[in-house]
Every structure is written in structure tokens, then in C-alpha cells.
Design a protein. Structure first.
Length: 392
């Protein structure tokens, strides 16, 4: 298998939200990848179609998913869980909402380490919850958690959203960092929603450590969300997994989560089972391509936009770029959409700490990634060289 390198026209014709939502742009915002999915996923879906098995989810299908998830966790992360600890849910944002609604008391604030994934900001207000932002600290070569600020945001008990790998900054947390977080969470009587959706997309040099494995306390106070949807590019199939590492939570979800679980789509369950069991070779090839892309992006930015701040992501295909030096105003993504025809995410949607930044999806053919940076640089250079307005 080789990674297909479609042109922008081909990608638009194939469809997908990223390439069709904002016509005539190069799509690099929402986390869809441009490379299709694994052959194992195709075969599983073809078999399902052949059997016309579009019924409600039969128990055997769900059992296979739970077993495949446990096998995947053991093989990929050395994390031993029992299939019974796994619940199917339609997607990670539904799991997030379920965590707030079912596992935290009314009024519990939601704490986000920012910049954070945009929908993390949208759900708490729908549940009547306050959001507290704790900005990450940018060091010379990485990002640190602001421990004291986290402790004060969680004081009295809160729900911490721990996204690892951390979208949008691409940070993969080290064991000591996870342990330090778990001590703060425990000391404040808080809980953790561990969003590990990007865990299969960690590059050489880093390793994904599931939060629930760092201490008994972490296992007790967290619920983990996993999904094959990013790594295997199947978000439309609607299947994610919640992993319960605390018996009380598992029992509560069994009692109250029936209709959350019921919304999971059976094609997604079948596709995820196949991806976890048979998608390893395809994923390894994808990861190698994405690894080269992250190096290419860093090199392109250094050459064409040398004032941009950027650290290559250790995990996920999301890249975070600081454009504050170019002074592009409130919404650099809008400037780049209008003047360069590229669709990126405005960093401000990732919290106050994201002002002046953009988020770029690098899961795209290298030629497209190159064109994105070229267009960014041309638009920014053109703007800086624009003659003064004679009417002023
Ligand atoms: C960190 C993170 N969490 C959750 C999601 C959403 O996942 P889902 O489609 O399963 O709700 C995404 C999608 O890009 C993501 O990057």
C-alpha cells in the first residue's frame, strides 16, 4: 500500500467536510485526513453490506469491539483492561458530555488546559457549567503544565479535561507529568476526562501513556475516551469507546448510559474492530508519512515564515503555529482564508491563549502542505509590502 497523494481537485471531488465546507479553499481545518482508510476497514464494511447487516447492534458485534479495544490497549500501550470495562459510544464529544452530565455534580466547573480543542469549550455551557482556562506554559522546546494555576482552578473539585496527545499543540505527556497532574486532581477531589483519541498517532521519540495507568488514584478518578476515528479516518462512522477504570462509574454508566451507548452506529463498531485488529500495517505506513509531513512543515515554516513560532507535534497530525510576530489581527485564519484561499482554524477558538495563532491539519499530501505554507507566506509578505493607503 502507498499513501495516495490526491490533488486538491480530486480531494474536493471525493467530498468530505474539510474540502467542501469552504469552497475554493485548501482545506486544513477540521481533523479529517486525506488518505482514505485501511483496507481492513473496507473489507469489514463490504462484508457488512454483503450481509445487509444494518440492524441494531447484535451482542456479538459489541463483544468483538470490546475485545478488540482491550487487545489494542494491551498491544499499543501496554494497558491491560478487561473487555467489560469498555463501552461503545457514538463519539468522543458525546462521551465528554456524558462525563459532565452523569459523573460530575451540577455546578462542577470544567477546567481546560489551553490552547484546547475547540468543542471542549462548547459543551460545558450546554450543561450549565463554567469553564476555567489554565494556559500551558511554552518553554524553549516544549510545553509545561502550570501546576499552581491548575491547582487553583480545580480548588474545591472540578472536571479536568486532559487531552493526550494534546490537540492542538501536539504534546505527548510524560509519565512524571501525568503523575503530577494526578496528585493535583486527587488533592482537590477532582475528576479527569482523559481524551486519548489521538493516541495511535504518536511519532517515534515519544510514547503514549494512558492516564489511567499512572496511579491507582488516576484510574479511580478518571474515565478515558478512545476512538479509531482519527487514526483510521472514520469519524463519520460514529463509534468511540469509553473505558471505565472504576467499578462505581462502570455500574453508573450501565444504569444511566443506555441511550448514549445505543446511538453508536454498528458500521462504526465493525470498522473499529477491524481497524484495531488488522489495521496495524496500514497505520504504521500512515504514521511514517505524517512524520515526514511534520518535518516538512517545520522546514517550510523556517524557510518561508521565519518569524512563526512552531514546535513539531509529538503526536497527532495537528500543528500549532504562532503568527503573532506578523500581526495579522484578531483572526489570522480569516485573513489567510480571504487572502490566501486556505481554510485553517483560528487559534482563538482554542481559548484566550490561542490569540494570534492558527491550527493546521497536516494530514494532507505533501504537495498540498507545501502549497499551504507557500500561500501563507505570499499572503503575509504581500500584506507587509502593500503600499501605504494614499487616502490616509
Ligand atoms: C482531541 C479531540 N477530541 C475529540 C474529537 C472529536 O471526536 P469525535 O468525532 O469522536 O467526537 C476530536 C476531533 O478531531 C479531537 O481532536
Amino acid at each position: 500500500m502507498t499513501i495516495p497523494e490526491y490533488t486538491p481537485d480530486q480531494l474536493r471531488a471525493r467530498g468530505g467536510l474539510k474540502w467542501t465546507a469552504i469552497p475554493e479553499t485548501l482545506g486544513a481545518f477540521i481533523a479529517e485526513a486525506d488518505f482514505g482508510t485501511a483496507p481492513a476497514v473496507h473489507s469489514a464494511l463490504a462484508e457488512l453490506t454483503e450481509k445487509e447487516l444494518f440492524t441494531y447492534t447484535p451482542p456479538a458485534m459489541l463483544r468483538d469491539l470490546r475485545e478488540a479495544t482491550a487487545e489494542h490497549c494491551a498491544r499499543s500501550f501496554g494497558w491491560d483492561i478487561a473487555p467489560a470495562q469498555v463501552a461503545a459510544v457514538p463519539d468522543v464529544i458525546t462521551a465528554y458530555r456524558a462525563m459532565i452530565d452523569l459523573f460530575t455534580a451540577p455546578g462542577t466547573p470544567v477546567v481546560l488546559m489551553t490552547p484546547a480543542y475547540m468543542p471542549f469549550f462548547k459543551v460545558p455551557p450546554l450543561c450549565g457549567r463554567e469553564i476555567r482556562e489554565v494556559p500551558m506554559i511554552r518553554t524553549a522546546d516544549g510545553w509545561d503544565v502550570d501546576g499552581p494555576a491548575l491547582e487553583s482552578a480545580l480548588a474545591g473539585g472540578g472536571l479536568l479535561v486532559l487531552c493526550n496527545p494534546h490537540n492542538p499543540i501536539g504534546k505527548v505527556y510524560e509519565r512524571t507529568e501525568l503523575e503530577a497532574i494526578s496528585r493535583i486532581v486527587e488533592a482537590t477531589g477532582s475528576r479527569v476526562f482523559a481524551d486519548e483519541i489521538h493516541a495511535p498517532l504518536v511519532f517515534p521519540g515519544a510514547r503514549h501513556i494512558p492516564y489511567a495507568t499512572v496511579s491507582e488514584a488516576a484510574a479511580e478518578h478518571s474515565i478515558t475516551a478512545l476512538s479509531a476515528s482519527k487514526a483510521f479516518n472514520i469519524p463519520g462512522l460514529k463509534c468511540a469507546q469509553m473505558v471505565f477504570t472504576n467499578r462505581v462509574d462502570a455500574a453508573r454508566f450501565a444504569e444511566l448510559g443506555e441511550f448514549v451507548a445505543h446511538s453508536t452506529a454498528s458500521p462504526g463498531i465493525v470498522a473499529t474492530t477491524a481497524a484495531y485488529r488488522e489495521g496495524g500495517d496500514w497505520l504504521a505506513e500512515l504514521l511514517a508519512y505524517l512524520d515526514d509531513n511534520r518535518a516538512a512543515l517545520a522546514a517550510l515554516l523556517a524557510e518561508r515564515l521565519p518569524e512563526a513560532g512552531h514546535l513539531p507535534s509529538a503526536g497527532s497530525y495537528i500543528a500549532w503555529v504562532d503568527l503573532r510576530a506578523y500581526d495579522l489581527g484578531e483572526d489570522p485564519a480569516r485573513f489567510l482564508r480571504e487572502s490566501a484561499g486556505i481554510a485553517l482554524t483560528n487559534g482563538r477558538e482554542c481559548g484566550e491563549a490561542g490569540a494570534g495563532h492558527v491550527r493546521i491539519n497536516t494530514a494532507t499530501p505533501r504537495a498540498v502542505l507545501t502549497e499551504i505554507v507557500e500561500r501563507m507566506a505570499e499572503a503575509i509578505d504581500g500584506r507587509q509590502e502593500a503600499p501605504a493607503d494614499p487616502t490616509r
